[in-house]
Ligand binder design. Structure first.
Ligand SMILES: [Zn+2]
Length: 122
């Protein structure tokens, strides 16, 4: 498990956006939380969350069976930080879209991208 940038789910979304003609910046340091994907033209930010590290609550975000309390606190903290950064970005006038890793499975991917695109151009 890794918390590093340039995760696989993020790469999937980036390549789909690029193929569909969107141009964007990544990990913009000047913005709260260094958002994953920034589309200036649409004043839109897309954050691609790994279900585990961002504590989605789906089947992919089970807390380890050992040191459970430690992990719950740590993951809750990640979630709180996500929420604070998102609020800041919205205040700055950005549209913020969250994409979850579990919606990027092969069978869902087109549907997920269509939804994403509707949100971007809305
Ligand atoms: Zn999930």
């Amino acid at each position: 498990m890794s918390n590093s940038k340039n995760t696989k789910p993020e790469k999937i979304i980036r390549s789909l956006l690029y193929k569909n003609g969107y141009r964007f910046r990544i990990h913009k340091k000047e913005l709260p939380g260094k958002p994953d994907i920034v589309i200036n033209k649409h004043k839109t930010i897309i954050n691609v969350h790994g279900c585990y590290w961002h504590y989605h609550g789906c089947a992919h975000s089970n807390v380890p069976k050992t040191k459970t309390q430690y992990w719950i606190e740590r993951l809750e903290l990640n979630k709180k930080r996500d929420f604070i950064n998102k609020s800041k970005l919205i205040k700055l006038g950005w549209k913020v879209i969250d994409v979850w890793e579990c919606t990027l499975k092969r069978k869902n991917i087109n549907k997920t991208f269509n939804t994403l695109e509707r949100l971007i151009i809305a």
